[in-house]
Design a protein around this ligand. Structure first.
Ligand code: P5A
Length: 437
């Protein structure tokens, strides 16, 4: 991608409306543009990040045994009348009427719809367990949309739904998702702490939120410092093993960690004082076990092994995919801009040609750019070096290849790592080898 041809608009000024750093940087780096309150266009760079985040989520859901499908954004009110949530959901639900005066809505979540879909096909215990998910836009008419995509009205969510024959089975499904979430956030360079949470309008009595610690977070949290030191990268649990999932769950939940709504002063007092941490965090995921809250009223039942009808036990599991983009920036930035982890960067490499028109610079820059056709941007603009450095730092490409006339004459390239600031001067061949690795 050549910057002279790209639609990658950056802003020099800090937009006045943005109160937190991720919102400011998302606007300045040209990732999003607000179109109305809480509703955003994802510009090319932002859309690429969102796709990377979605892909990691997808891979880890698939690994855990969930299967992807795609349900619509628009739902019929009739579905929600069956579960009783049509009235309960209140003003957060965007209600729509079609040309036949039929009440419709823009889905804020899909428990009813997935239960109805599954019910059309599931007849016996052999159809269980199953876990189905999609990555789809949601709409919640939030009272106070704010902080950009952090709390939007239209936002992208991954929502999974599990169906099991027994309570024990449903708990195993819940633990599989918990482990999948820890792996997912780890791959994005985030430390997410699972915390006991309130179930709100989704319901049920077992629920965990996944919290990224950040001063700008909207949730107040209380946790044992030991929770932060668990190394999930080193842990290798088997999703199919009940014992492994139990062990993983125990490890993740054995230390005190709760959101404000679930905070228990008596249990808190038992945590050694030196280990008590209190702070703010961003909720990037939320999982629920709610038994038969939807399967029962929606009429889902299957024949058990003994021929008796059984109402499946369910859970639902959400990840705020678009919110994650903002959360990753909150965790990885400096004064100059974004520092994307490799796994989610819109492009992995920026090739900065400091003197377009200089034959040696052009030749080196073209070679590097051509070596990574989908993963490199080439700054071939007739701009000052300072402008190129500033934009590359702002947009946060994990690697920069800096090509100036002096180095180029000697066939040398400077590589800069955005995350650490580390720099190295290499021959073209060594630079290509380093980047390919
Ligand atoms: C779980 C999946 C649910 O909706 N039903 C299906 C359950 N849970 S939740 O906690 O309400 O939402 C899941 C995650 O979505 C993100 N999220 C938001 N992101 C941006 N803007 C919003 N207004 C917003 N509301 C929820 C959060 O990351 C949440 O954990």
């Amino acid at each position: 991608m050549r910057l002279t041809r790209a639609f990658l608009p950056t802003l020099k000024e800090t937009p006045a409306e943005a109160q937190i750093v991720s919102h400011r940087l998302m606007l300045r780096a040209g990732l999003i543009r607000q179109t109305s309150a809480g509703i955003y266009t994802w510009l090319p760079a932002g859309w690429r990040v969102l796709r990377c985040v979605s892909q990691i989520v997808r891979e880890e859901q698939d690994r855990a045994g969930a299967q992807e499908l795609l349900m619509p954004t628009i739902q019929s009110a009739e579905l929600w009348q069956r579960s009783g949530r049509y009235e309960d959901y209140g003003k957060e639900m965007l209600r729509i009427t079609d040309r036949h005066d039929r009440p419709m809505l823009y889905g804020p979540t899909n428990e009813e719809m997935i239960t109805d879909v599954f019910k059309a096909y599931a007849t016996s215990y052999r159809d269980l367990p199953r876990n189905l998910y999609h990555i789809q836009w949601k709409f919640r008419d939030e009272l106070r949309p704010r902080f950009g995509v952090m709390r939007g009205r239209e936002f992208l969510m991954k929502d999974a739904y599990s169906f099991d024959l027994t309570k024990e089975g449903a708990q195993h499904s819940y633990r599989q998702m918990l482990y999948a979430y820890l792996r997912t956030f780890e791959r994005m360079g985030l430390k997410a702490l699972p915390m006991r949470a309130d179930t709100g309008p989704i319901g049920g009595n077992l629920s965990h939120e996944f919290i990224i610690l950040a001063e700008t977070g909207e949730s107040q949290v209380f946790y044992d410092a030991e929770l932060e030191s668990i190394d999930w990268a080193g842990a290798a649990f088997d999703f199919d093993s009940v014992a492994d999932m139990q062990a993983c769950f125990d490890l993740a939940t054995s230390r005190y960690a709760a959101t404000e709504e679930m905070h228990d002063e008596a249990a808190w007092a038992e945590v050694p004082e030196a280990r008590r941490r209190q702070g703010r965090g961003i909720e990037v995921g939320h999982i629920f076990y709610f038994g038969t809250k939807y399967s029962e009223p929606m009429g889902l039942a299957v024949a058990g092994p003994d021929g008796q009808m059984v109402v499946p036990e369910m859970g639902s599991y959400g990840i705020g995919v678009s919110r994650l983009v903002a959360a990753i920036i909150e965790a990885h930035h400096d004064e100059a801009g974004i520092k994307w982890p490799d796994s989610v960067a819109p492009w992995k490499l920026a090739v900065l040609n400091l003197k377009p028109g200089d034959p040696a610079c052009d030749a080196l820059a073209e070679r590097l750019h051509a070596a990574f056709p989908d993963q490199a941007v080439l700054d071939d603009r007739p701009e000052r070096a300072g402008v190129k450095f500033a934009d590359a730092d702002l947009m946060g490409f994990p690697w920069q290849a800096i090509i100036g006339p002096r180095g180029a004459a000697a066939g040398r390239v400077e590589l800069k790592r955005r995350m650490s600031g580390e720099r190295m001067e290499l021959s073209l061949e060594d630079a290509l080898a380093r980047l390919a690795a």
